[in-house]
Ligand binder design. Structure first.
Ligand SMILES: C[S@@+](CC[C@H](N)C(=O)[O-])C[C@H]1O[C@@H](n2cnc3c(N)ncnc32)[C@H](O)[C@@H]1O
Length: 223
């Protein structure tokens, strides 16, 4: 793993418990008001029976899918988050880094109707990971990615590059997280390079906010 990428995963090891507290207390308003519902509807809209949640964190989406009788499998690179997901009732949650997944070093099952990644693709070199996920989809399957909206997150600098999230404003002890900003064309190019065709694009918005709360991409393997 390259330097910012290993610092990124390290930050999750450090921040795992604070993250669990933040998510489970419903502190992030954009999630409560817009983005949780947006990814859930995007996933349910494809009527999948079997879903892989890539970078599942403490597992809120796994639980929301299981409540709707969907066979939901999770994978994440942080043990504390995976244990929290398991303890909250998700039985199929794997521990694996994206690097290991990209190299298909760990068996996390296959023939998924849908693979989703909710604010979980934060590193630079996403193409090998996405290509590996492509190979795990069943015929007719799809990839659903929700991420920071490039225009809303650009902060005046609309070019691919590493940025830093300090989690300022959240309670607790947080280690800053490097994350890789990518433009809209960079996202679309990465999907293309990983063998996907764009099937849908949404910009989930809150009626009282002038900026989109996220970018949501639906992609299908190019067969
Ligand atoms: C912002 S959290 C999102 C968690 C979850 N998808 C959600 O919606 O709450 C990002 C997740 O990506 C995982 N992650 C980041 N880099 C990773 C890597 N290199 N390998 C595996 N997991 C990674 C983190 O452990 C963390 O759970």
């Amino acid at each position: 793993m390259s330097a910012p990428e290993s610092t990124l995963l390290d930050s999750w090891h450090h921040n795992a418990q604070a993250w669990i507290d933040i998510i489970r207390s419903g502190t992030i308003e954009s999630r409560l008001k817009v983005t949780d519902q947006a990814i859930l509807l995007a996933v349910l809209g494809r009527q999948p029976q079997r879903v892989l949640d890539l970078g599942c964190g403490e597992g809120w989406l796994l639980r929301a899918l299981a409540e709707r009788a969907i066979d939901a499998v999770g994978v994440d690179g942080d043990v504390t988050l995976v244990e929290a997901a398991r303890a909250a009732g998700s039985s199929k949650v794997h521990v694996a880094s994206y690097e290991a997944l990209a190299e298909a070093k760990i068996d996390i099952g296959r023939d998924y109707d849908l693979i989703c990644a909710n604010f979980a693709l934060l590193h630079q070199d996403i193409i090998p990971l996405l290509a590996a996920m492509n190979a795990l989809l069943a015929p007719g399957g799809a990839l659903v990615i929700q991420t920071l909206h490039p225009w809303a997150a650009a902060a005046g600098d609309y070019q691919d590059g590493w940025r830093e999230e300090t989690f300022a404003g959240f309670k607790g002890q947080w280690q800053p997280m490097p994350w890789y900003f990518r433009t809209l064309s960079s996202w679309l190019n990465a999907l293309d390079m990983a063998g996907f065709t764009l099937a849908g694009l949404q910009e989930p918005q809150h009626p009282q906010s002038p900026v989109p709360q996220s970018l949501l991409l639906v992609a299908e393997p190019r067969r």
